[in-house]
Design a protein around this ligand. Sequence first.
Ligand SMILES: *Cc1c(COP(=O)(O)O)cnc(C)c1O
Length: 387
Amino acid sequence: MSKTAAVPTAAVRARAEIDLSALRANVRALRARAQGAAVMAVVKSDAYGHGAVPCAREALAAGASWLGTTTAEEALELRAAGLPGRILCWLWVPGGPWRPAIEADIDVSLGGMWALREVVEAAWAAGRPARVHLKADTGLGRNGCQPGEDWAELVATALRAEAEGLVRIAGLFSHFACADVPGHPSIAAQLAQFREMTAYAEQQGVRPEVRHIANSAATLTLPETHFDMVRTGIAMYGVSASPELGAPKDFGLRPVMSFSAALALVKRVPGGHGVSYGHHYVTRGETTLGLVPVGYADGIPRHASGSSPVLVDGKLRTIAGRVAMDMFVVELDGEEPPVGSEAVLFGPGDRGESTAEDWAQASATIAYEIVTRIGTRVPRAYLNASA
Ligand SMILES: *Cc1c(COP(=O)(O)O)cnc(C)c1O
């Protein structure tokens, strides 16, 4: 396995450390929760910003048996990197790379008749069956086939294609709208609909290898939703699906990403000094300011302006004024840590630093968005690879 060289801390503007031992431990914790159901490691969107290939490798090493991505291109990239086993991708548009996916032994999701028609044509051209998962919309109201006539037509047509050797119906699946809201009535309704739609397909003759509906929140809190496989994303990265659900540590999960930057400037300024675009912050008296050389282009939410999530020299510091594209300023309250000092934006919280959840709260979003948005300009440093 290729290890990404550790980036030397001192010379680096900013870096995201990815603790692969935490990722493996999280996967093992999720396997235990899954109680015998297979675990799909969801590594879409570059593994939620953590790096798809290294995270996929480590997830498989820790016992995940499937990989999941949104796009076919993401799935093909994993295959090209030599990742073995089953990979499913679930968002297609007409004219997508069906044939390369079939030839790379990638499972594809079908949410409607147009997709079935395209995959059958590609399977014919490739001279081998496509492995497909029929996606049911059990209430999310997003991707997937509606119950009733639409589902009956998709199932019947897929079964005919299976009889002709053009597809193998490997899975039946769906996705929850509110699994992260404990007790939400849509959970039971979607589960009942899923049971009904899978039972119908099986009565018609579908023999799926895997039925799956659970995301991280459902895997952690709703054992009745596990079926044959769970699809875990956010929990694998040690991040909470929602504040209502609880903190990662409540489920034995540890944050995988730590994000830090080196102070680019520390300076003394007089009182009444405006700071950053728009002068939304004005120093109350003589004080010191630190320049943190990362901004919204690196994924730092502009809406976090004015909150206090940055640990410098052992203390949480307030973001003074607006977060700009490439930098922001923190109030150092007269203290003068050396330029180059580490500013910890978020991490597991062991040192008193903020977590991705804290940033999410400060910027009125969810922690998924915080880690996923960390930009490509920020180097990832992989720690504790398994081999
Ligand atoms: C993103 C995604 C998941 C994983 O969701 P988490 O909440 O991150 O666990 C599972 N299934 C589908 C279809 C997804 O798009």
